[in-house]
Write a protein that binds this ligand. Structure first.
Ligand code: BJW
Length: 244
């Protein structure tokens, strides 16, 4: 059996990380074009670095922890991959695609996680495109980790996140997993941002498609089952019903 999960900001909301488009969401205080496009970064790198510095610091606050939904997914993956009905059957496959740049799935213990919109705790060199683990603030004059003494290499680091107009990460792997999925579950995503919102449409007709969200989304009609409720309550129930 092949299981594909897609998560969005709603799964981390109950861990205390704001969503984008809900009331009090991240976009409420910001024009997204200013902070989530390459053009915005080119125009005002100070503003963009500050926006992500604040979010990085908030993510590293000890109060922020994986919640019951993150933990249920990690536990389910472990049990599901350990289980093999018979040696004649193909091995179970599990992929968790997240649009979230937080590391809560990783902290919960999920193994096969693909961060299609990047990772806040990594910085990318604008020149080499190399990525570095990063837990500090970034500034327009941050020294380059490869050569901290070289003044000419200062300020070459950006948050390793995917902005509007940029290519999301791992699209080939996601397309493969979608085309072979027996079960697809979308959790806490508004279905407004592509190509993530289009994944459901590229799963096979016979794939069981489940959406878990507080509200209806523009993508809801593409799902067979639409479950309305909090991720921390509904995700463990749905996974339990699938059985590892
Ligand atoms: C709960 C809950 C609880 C709350 N329990 N539920 C016109 C048409 C189609 C596409 C385009 C178009 N014009 C432009 C585009 C492309 C563009 C796009 O989609 N724009 C739309 C706005 C229209 N996309 C891109 O540019 C992408 N790249 C691209 O397309 O490249 C070219 C390409 C060509 C061909 C093939 C493939 C690619 C890049 C998109 C990058 C998105 N980046 C961001 C920022 C990342 C860094 C950061 O975090 O700052 O990613 S934007 C932001 O939105 C972030 C999120 O990952 C993403 C999705 O948001 P998400 O997760 O859905 O959050 P919310 O807040 O919207 O929703 C939360 C949901 O949870 C709500 O529904 C709540 O109800 C629910 N909820 N609490 C359960 N407790």
């Amino acid at each position: 059996m092949n299981i594909l999960i897609l998560t969005g900001a709603g799964i981390s909301a109950e861990s205390g990380i704001p969503t984008f488009r809900d009331a009090n969401g991240l976009w409420e205080g910001h024009d997204f074009e200013e902070v989530a496009t390459p053009q915005g970064f080119a125009c005002n790198p100070n503003l963009v670095q500050r926006f992500y510095n604040e979010r990085r610091r908030a993510l590293l606050d000890p109060k922020i922890k994986p919640n019951a939904a993150h933990i249920a997914l990690a536990k389910f993956e472990q049990e599901f991959l350990a289980k093999q009905n018979s040696p004649a059957e193909p091995a179970n496959q599990f992929l968790l695609v997240t649009q979230n740049i937080d590391d809560l799935h990783d902290r919960a213990g999920s193994q096969n996680v693909l961060h299609m919109h990047g990772e806040l705790l990594k910085a990318q060199c604008l020149d080499s495109l190399e990525c570095y683990e990063w837990r500090e603030d970034l500034h327009v004059d941050t020294p380059h980790p490869e050569d901290p003494e070289d003044e000419r290499r200062r300020g070459f680091l950006r948050p390793n996140v995917v902005w509007f107009g940029e290519m999301p990460i791992g699209l080939d792997q996601i397309a493969d997993a979608a085309s072979q999925a027996d079960v697809f579950i979308a959790i806490g995503t508004s279905g407004l941002v592509y190509p993530a919102a289009g994944i459901v449409a590229s799963t096979p007709r016979e794939c069981r498609r489940i959406e878990i969200n507080l509200d209806d989304t523009p993508a809801s009609s593409a799902f067979h089952e639409t479950i309305r409720g909090q991720a921390t309550v509904e995700v463990p129930k749905v996974l339990e019903s699938l059985g590892a």
